[in-house]
Design a protein. Structure first.
Lengths: 247, 247
DNA sequence: TGTACATCAGTGAACGCGCGTTCACTGATGTAC
DNA sequence: TGTACATCAGTGAACGCGCGTTCACTGATGTAC
């Protein structure tokens, strides 16, 4: 997918020559400018020519670093995924250290804060797909990291082992189990299907409430999105049995 | 916003002359072709020139009907909102006639079906905003119609008056009440803040789960989105106290 | 250490694309007397 | 019913835009002997 960034050497290995060092630095600079443009104007407006202009080099020079516009965009998308995943994992780790209130509210708030700080990147990750462009396969990994940061604590049975495992109201249990099998296996092994479904519901609510806010759908409707967010996420956590109070 | 479509007359009134009739028909035809292109390639690819090509007329001729590309796009957006609102209301009405299971599952399934049938329109309504383009104010009305179709039954206290009105676990009740005040007033008058928050949570879950599916985020993860959808929406209805079984 | 060659970075001009929009125009349709 | 004028629909050429990408090139950096 990417043009080899370091000639024939391992892309992560230390640069051997001065030339390699300069190349790495310029690559970083290009990505930085591109990221800034993406944050300012969105993915659709990302243009190699304008990046070249900002870097005061010719447009064709960029082709030494990225083989096409799509290639550059892929790099940016991966960065966005990675940045969001880092952010979610940090929040999860902090919540683990502090104990108490649990990871769900902490991680969800961190994700929301990231989205508000990076609306165009959020759109790139969870918004409408860019037509004619296919996201790189490698996004699977950071995507899973985000979900795991949010939902991982469930695997431990919740803060005080009070996870809600009741399966009351399960429509078509077998079909549902098959439907969510990959998630159950990868993220929540050993937990009942009902929990997996509730976790996915919470995931959908998280993505939905953030998207509604970031994409401007609360205008004149929800005056304080933060309060509503906290409440809705607390409700979700309670449904899962993750709240501090008795479920 | 729109170019006057009927000269000086009331835009909805019957056409007076043959010229007016032809004009109305061509306007309709333009919108039809544009809608088809939108459905096929998405909003970004919508082009006056290609519409003109398909209609075998000159690009400039379209300016007799729409004052700009944005004007045409606005018309399409309004149509999309209206179509989705119609669909939601029909499902709500059918559920009312049939009684029993309640409007929530019926309406949410109808909305999902519409989204799957019109993914690009869904993206236009709930996806990332088109940069540099502002949606017309008039979308407020169909937007409210959709929400009302889903959430309206709550105002009646649920199918058997078993609406869950417990306010346990309300963080910062006063702040929250102020935050959601416009929704409470317009959509759910007289109901406790806790219910309003839960309803908005359900709304977010609905939009989120549909967007995740339509935008391709379930790939290799949720094998049968329909089953998961039904389950998650049933959980939401139960949280609200709308299920057939005891809450 | 010095020379000969290979590799690579960056340039500048050019190609071709499709777009939205404007404008002066022709010819048809409608209207007033 | 017929004529004179106004309104409107649609044309075709043109403008200017910015884009991604290619290509032959120059000059600098690295490498092998």
């Amino acid at each position: 997918v990417f043009l080899a960034r370091n000639g024939k050497t391992d892309p992560v290995s230390a640069p051997r020559s001065a030339r390699d060092r300069v190349r790495q630095e310029l690559t970083r600079e290009i990505l930085e400018v591109a990221r800034a443009q993406l944050a300012r104007d969105g993915a659709a407006a990302l243009s190699l020519r304008s990046i070249a202009r900002e870097l005061e080099m010719s447009p064709s020079a960029l082709y030494r670093y990225f083989s096409s516009r799509d290639d550059l965009l892929s790099a940016l998308i991966l960065e966005a995924y990675g940045s969001l995943a880092d952010c979610a994992e940090e929040a999860a780790a902090a919540a683990r250290r502090l104990g108490g209130v649990g990871a769900w509210p902490a991680v969800s708030r961190a994700v929301r804060a990231w989205a508000i700080a990076h609306p165009h990147e959020w759109a790139l990750v969870f918004g409408s797909p860019v037509p004619g462009y296919e996201a790189p396969e490698a996004t699977v990994i950071p995507y899973a990291r985000i979900a795991a940061a949010l939902v991982g604590p469930l695997a431990a049975g919740g803060p005080e082992g009070q996870l809600n495992t009741t399966a009351a109201g399960l429509l078509r249990p077998d079909t549902l189990a098959a439907a969510v099998q990959p998630v159950a296996e990868a993220l929540l092994p050993g937990l009942p299907t009902a929990v997996v479904a509730r976790a996915l519901g919470g995931w959908a609510a998280l993505i939905g409430i953030i998207s509604l806010e970031v994409f401007g759908h609360w205008r004149n409707t929800v005056l304080d999105p933060g309060s509503l967010f906290d409440q809705v996420m607390a409700d979700q956590a309670r449904a899962l049995g993750l709240s501090g109070e008795a479920g």
